[in-house]
Design a protein around this ligand. Structure first.
Ligand code: MN
Length: 277
């Protein structure tokens, strides 16, 4: 499973080279929303890996972007826990132990918003932005609007006018418990061979967002189909955790604030996207 970390690291290195040397590359950035909850983080990573597989131009760099600053990420305890468990196969560690040195490689492989010098994007041959788990750019990222070419989201579209042109491919379905359910629905047809670790990233996000499909206020048929599909295809894979165990682990990890500073705790639930979850 660590193969995915190597893949993410390679993509990040390519992006950094392009940014530092002003190489005229074609770049696709796959953003989650700025809460960087488990849903956003997993959708961003999984969809970037998918788009990378499917790209026609093999020189194109497709990179997931975790939409918060690197220093803030340690407060997303359940995200770090899940990435550590799934991508580094650390099923034995308790959530409070995931901040040790073994995580350094994982953190190094991830791209955060402050890793990108947006002053350099004019040097790219082409830039495309894909928005996962949000459908409206925050003010600080409005400059990305001309580059947006795809949106997959489960939030309600606020405001009367749809801000996106017809050129933007949108799949905005509300209500759905988790954006990861929409991604699963898409990949079921378009990437049926996705590795089990990719499937598990999506599974954790859906299970946490819907309380293992038991939260009737959030769970929809799309979430149920997604979970049932993932379980039917992957639950026989070694290390695949059961539905309720997955939920319990993620809740425990989310509650684990033992390594967080007061600033992180204060900021943990801050979101400025209306309706983000
Ligand atoms: Mn979401």
């Amino acid at each position: 499973m660590a193969a995915l970390v190597a893949e993410l690291t390679a993509v990040k290195n390519c992006l950094q080279r392009a940014l530092q040397k002003g190489v005229r590359e074609s770049v696709v950035l796959v953003f989650g929303n700025e809460s960087c909850d488990l849903d956003s983080a997993c959708c961003s990573i999984v969809y970037a890996l998918f788009a990378q597989q499917k790209r026609e131009n093999k020189d194109e760099i497709v990179a997931p972007v975790l939409n918060l600053k690197r220093e803030q990420f340690l407060s997303r305890t359940e995200v770090l826990f899940w990435l550590d468990r799934v991508l580094l196969n650390n099923s034995g560690r308790s959530s409070s132990a995931v901040y040790d040195e073994a995580c350094a490689r994982l953190l190094d492989s991830l791209i955060f918003i402050d890793d990108i010098d947006f002053g350099q994007i004019d040097t790219f041959r082409q830039l495309k932005v894909k928005m996962m788990d949000h459908n409206r750019l925050i003010d600080a990222q409005k400059f990305l609007e001309p580059y947006v070419d795809e949106i997959i989201d489960h939030h309600e579209v606020s405001g009367s006018a749809h801000p996106w042109s017809n050129a933007v491919r949108t799949e905005i379905v509300h209500p759905v418990g988790s954006c990861a359910s929409l991604i699963t629905r898409r990949l079921r047809d378009e990437w049926p061979s996705m590795p089990s670790s990719v499937a598990l990233l999506l599974y954790g996000a859906i299970v946490l967002d819907t309380s293992a499909l038991l939260n009737s206020n959030k769970t929809t048929d799309i979430d149920v189909s997604a979970v049932e599909y993932l379980e039917s295809k992957y639950s026989g894979v070694e290390g695949w955790p059961g539905r309720s165990y997955t939920d319990a682990m993620l809740i425990e990890a989310k509650m684990d604030v033992s390594r967080m500073s007061a600033f992180d705790i204060f900021g943990k639930d801050f979101k400025s996207v209306p309706g983000s979850q």
